[in-house]
Design a protein around this ligand. Structure first.
Ligand SMILES: [Zn+2]
Length: 586
């Protein structure tokens, strides 16, 4: 038993020693221009060093991740106020930047470190942005993936030399985990999100697929998901402002994320339908202006980091310059969220509406692979072109639900309650066993996926029936009023038709299995006594058999018929009764 202990303490010492000595060393050098990305330890030491040099910066540990290491949050505040409540009181907006969610896509890890060093040292007079806003950075979100470094992840990507793995230690893709939050990482993120309540949110990525001349492509929250004031501002002001300042200030034109309509030459781009399990879908639930940068995998790494850095600078500059308006619009949206009753839980693309965008592409040519002989296509860099193409970025509601005044979630559903709490949901518990008359759902049909995704057999195509009835609840069950900041999150997670919700992700599946029923052999021996005791039941049974030839010919069906006509079947009505009740207002 002694040997493992010794080995472990030696290991701890070896890991801890270089970190401890960092404090007296110079700022670690960023080497993205040499095609080298920060390791996890280097990134954390970099921010720790900034924290020790600059009083305007602080590095915090926030929550645990599946890697067994805490999530870090770095906050830059011009007047050294780091508490989000105090920051709000001072009328400043908050930008949150999340990096390394897919550690094979590390541009944001290097770009954010460079940005933090630049703004703190007032490079290009950037410090003035901090008069109106503060910047918070998650240096590396997927810690487990970042630690699993190799040159071979994302094998067709143009650098850096080594990069991390896409999935975390539980093999979860964290950019599918924002709603269901199976990872500790996602629950720690939710706590950070609740703590900061950021006005503007950015998640940094790299994309593959088609090739074109742009380095940076951009996913922005679907504007329709916002309240009208925010939507107008986003479509007409913020997005055009960011697109144009990338050209005027950096000579680096960017384009919406290239989700193409057909392979080959890009004929049109479709807007990204971001469900709430993606980062910007999640941020939209809390009325933030959300963005994902997706730099193009084929461009050299230094260029991709520079592009991401430029976008971060422009986003912070724009937010600082429009801080009052952003704060006012969000305040108005948050106020409307408290009382909104109609909620869209699913959207579909509106193919009748589009904008036109300039697209700088490369001509696509048929080719044969010299290695495998496979027929393929190449984007010919010697034949660049510019065209004006359609960008289909309008969506219309596909499923709208009317929110109740409150939901009730029985105490039994612990996994659900834990997640609601992590997201700052306010709830109270019943003090006594109580019978409530409320709106309930029966799940009439649904389709579970045949293959697992993220460890779940996703339920879709949900058909349900609404029944108002009395239901018995127990002391300790949770009443969740819909008058809170998390309203949109609650409707998204608790409505069974929502693709991001707990029902879709199998949290409630056990209720679908039914309960007691009867044993065919045992029930048979009770039948005579049951029918002798209940002449009305006997008469109904005889009548049913005489009118239904199929029933008369099938003994098993007759057993079913009899069971369903005894009071026992009353107890079975909980089968397929969705456990979350809807308390409707008057
Ligand atoms: Zn990604």
């Amino acid at each position: 038993m002694i040997k493992p202990t010794l080995t472990l303490s030696l290991l701890l010492f070896m890991i801890a020693a270089p970190l401890l000595s960092q404090d007296n060393m110079a700022l670690p050098r960023l080497r993205y221009s040499e095609n080298i990305s920060l390791t996890y330890d280097e990134a954390i030491s970099f921010y720790a060093r900034l924290d020790s040099i600059w009083p305007e910066a602080t590095l915090l540990e926030m929550g645990m991740t599946d890697a067994g290491r805490p999530l870090h949050l770095f906050i830059i505040s011009g007047d050294r106020v780091f508490d989000p409540q105090d920051i709000r009181r001072k009328g400043k907006s908050i930008v949150l930047i999340n990096n390394g969610i897919h550690p094979g896509e590390p541009e944001g890890i290097d770009a954010s470190a460079q940005f933090a060093a630049d703004i703190l040292s007032d490079s290009n007079s950037m410090k003035r942005y901090l008069r109106n806003c503060i910047v918070a950075i998650i240096p590396i979100y997927n810690i487990g993936g970042t630690l699993a470094r190799s040159p071979y992840w994302r094998i067709n990507q143009n650098g850096p030399e080594e990069k991390g793995a896409r999935r975390n230690n539980r093999f979860l893709d964290l950019n599918r985990d924002f709603a269901k939050q199976d990872s500790r990482d996602a629950r720690a993120f939710a706590e950070i999100y609740r703590y900061l309540d950021p006005d503007v949110f950015l998640d940094t990525h790299t994309t593959n697929g088609s090739d074109h001349q742009f380095t940076v492509t951009l996913i922005a929250t679907q504007p329709e998901k916002m309240h009208p004031g925010m939507e107008q501002f986003f479509r007409n002001d913020m997005l055009p402002g960011l697109y144009s300042s990338m050209i005027t200030r950096h000579n680096n034109e960017i384009v919406p994320y290239v989700q193409y309509t057909e392979r080959g030459e890009i004929k049109a781009i479709i807007g990204f339908d971001e469900h709430s399990y993606y980062s910007t879908g999640y941020s939209a639930l809390f009325n933030s202006f959300g963005f994902m940068t997706e730099t193009l995998v084929y461009k050299p790494y230094p260029q991709r980091v520079e592009g991401t850095l430029q976008f971060i600078s422009e986003l912070v500059r724009y937010t600082a310059g429009n801080s009052k308006k952003i704060l006012r619009l969000r305040q108005e949206a948050n106020r409307r969220t408290l009382s909104a009753r109609e909620h869209v839980i699913d959207w579909e693309q509106d193919s009748t509406r589009w904008d036109l965008v300039a697209f700088h592409g490369y001509r696509y040519e048929e080719a044969t692979s010299p290695i495998t002989g496979r027929k393929t296509g190449v984007y010919n860099h010697d034949r660049p072109y510019t065209d004006t193409i359609r960008y289909y970025n309008y969506f219309k509601p596909a499923v709208t639900v009317r929110a109740p005044e409150a939901y009730i979630v029985p105490f039994a559903w612990e996994e659900v309650i834990v997640r609601l709490l992590a997201n700052g949901v306010e709830m109270r518990q019943l003090q006594n066993d109580t019978t409530l008359t409320l709106e309930t759902y029966y799940i009439d049909s649904y389709e579970p996926a045949r293959r697992a995704t993220q460890g779940h057999y996703f339920n879709s195509k949900v058909k349900l029936r609404t029944v108002t009835q009395e239901v018995q609840y127990l002391k300790g069950d949770f009443i969740i009023p819909l008058n809170q900041r998390a309203n949109k999150y609650l409707v998204t997670m608790l409505e069974p038709q929502s693709e991001s919700g707990f029902f879709a992700w199998n949290f409630f599946d056990s209720f679908l299995e039914g309960q007691d029923w009867y044993s065919v052999w045992g029930f048979e021996s009770h039948l005579k006594e049951l029918l002798d005791r209940d002449p009305i039941l006997r008469a109904a049974y005889d009548k049913a058999r005489s009118e239904d030839a199929e029933l008369a010919a099938d003994p098993v069906k007759q057993l079913q018929w009899l069971y369903q006509h005894t009071p026992a079947s009353e107890l079975e009505k909980r089968t397929r009764l969705y456990p979350v009740g809807r308390i409707m207002g008057s």
